[in-house]
Design a protein around this ligand. Sequence first.
Ligand SMILES: [Zn+2]
Length: 89
Amino acid sequence: MKKEKHIPLRKCLACGEMKPKAELFRIYVAQDGGVELDRSFKSGGRGAYICRNKDCIARAAKAKRIERVVGACDADFYGKLSAEAEDEG
Ligand SMILES: [Zn+2]
């Protein structure tokens, strides 16, 4: 028996693919204006999603996608994301 469950998809800001949230990092702008990784997926504020792979993070870093999408990003935030990401893409 197969029951189809609706899985909400979110768009990666680097590759533009639609993926389930479990395959993405959510980033958001905290109250102090800094960009944070939202592990709970529940933090308020302006947010965006990016794949949990180093390719997408490197791509986003190169094109400054996070800055463009959420309006803020420290250079070392990309490194932080990359450290959390999986190697295989
Ligand atoms: Zn992606």
